[in-house]
Design a protein around this ligand. Structure first.
Ligand SMILES: [Mn+2]
Length: 306
């Protein structure tokens, strides 16, 4: 297992509900560092990147806190890129999902420089493909995927040094169940591959992951962007944007185990955990439990391969 680096980004600058800024601390209290270390990783705790406070302002021209979002993502981009150059697997702990702009643009740059193929698994209840024109709220945590694909304000889309940072065919979205009207049309137009909850209901998590992970090889760098609202709110209440009907505990474990089996995990985001809405840190503990599976914990040495 590659050495890993944990990078905290304690901000809720892109969210509509405050509190995700406390996510890194809650994940550490739940034992994230020890959990990753348990599965053979040499873990470096990089501490937190710094950025501006949340001023709680309304949207301007379709964006809330654009300037602050840019500052946080620039700092995070540099921190994630430095760990990748050092040969380490960055684990970005947010913070809200706007931070994926900084982390994934760094991963994409690293892949371009190393001649690696990038595959992104976007585990989320939402497609996060809004734009200033389409968004009902202006919250930038609903826009990271469109921004990474080059649709967004110049200062944000340019953060990784290459525009667009990623192509739509590099991403697979899983668990989606809440998409705004305009966003739906735009997703289809751009051609993002989405495995929504109906798809998972109909074919199962196993087949879904087989398809989402298909076509990877030794040169693939797999990035997982794990929004905790991916999970069903019954098991994961500690998020600001819960949507009913998400994956169960077992479905989520299977998803993580199948990612681990590829041996290609190269970077990870854990975002949108909101301790202010959690019950006794149960959502943070669940996230850590799932990360253990992602890093190779399994129930048994398997005797029977179905
Ligand atoms: Mn998200």
């Amino acid at each position: 297992m590659r050495p890993a680096s944990i990078i905290g980004a304690p901000t809720d600058i892109g969210a509509g509900t405050r509190g995700a800024s406390m996510g890194p601390e809650a994940l550490c209290v739940a034992g994230l560092v020890e959990a990753v270390a348990r599965y053979g990783c040499d873990v470096k705790d990089c501490g937190n990147v710094a950025g501006p406070a949340n001023p709680g302002l309304p949207a301007v021209d379709g964006f809330r806190h654009l300037r602050e979002v840019v500052q946080w993502n620039r700092a995070l981009n540099a921190a994630v890129y430095a760990e990748l150059v050092d040969g380490r697997l960055p684990i970005m702990i947010g913070g809200d999902h706007c931070l994926a702009i900084g982390s994934i643009s760094a991963v994409a740059r690293h892949c371009r420089e190393q001649g690696k193929t990038l595959r992104i698994l976007w585990l989320d209840a939402h497609a996060d493909f809004n734009t200033a024109a389409l968004t009902p709220t202006g919250n930038i945590h609903g826009m990271p995927v469109s921004t990474l694909c080059g649709y967004g304000p110049r200062e944000l889309v340019e953060i990784g040094g290459c525009v667009p940072a990623i192509r739509p065919d590099q991403i697979r979205q899983i668990g989606i169940r809440s998409v705004d009207e305009g966003e739906k049309r735009f997703l289809r137009e751009v051609g993002i591959e989405v495995f929504d909850m109906r798809y998972i209901d109909e074919v199962g998590m196993r087949r879904t992951l087989e398809l989402a992970l298909a076509g990877m090889d030794e040169s693939t760098h797999l990035h997982v962007s794990f929004d905790v609202d991916f999970l069903d709110p019954e098991i994961a209440p500690g998020v600001g944007t819960t949507v009913r009907g998400g994956p169960t505990y077992r479905e989520a474990q299977l998803c993580m185990e199948m990612v681990a089996d590829t041996g290609r995990l190269g970077s990870l985001d854990i975002v949108e955990l909101n301790p202010a809405l959690d019950h006794r840190n149960m959502t943070a503990e669940l996230a850590v439990d799932l990360v253990e599976s992602l890093f190779g914990k399994s129930t048994l040495l398997r005797m029977y391969q179905p």
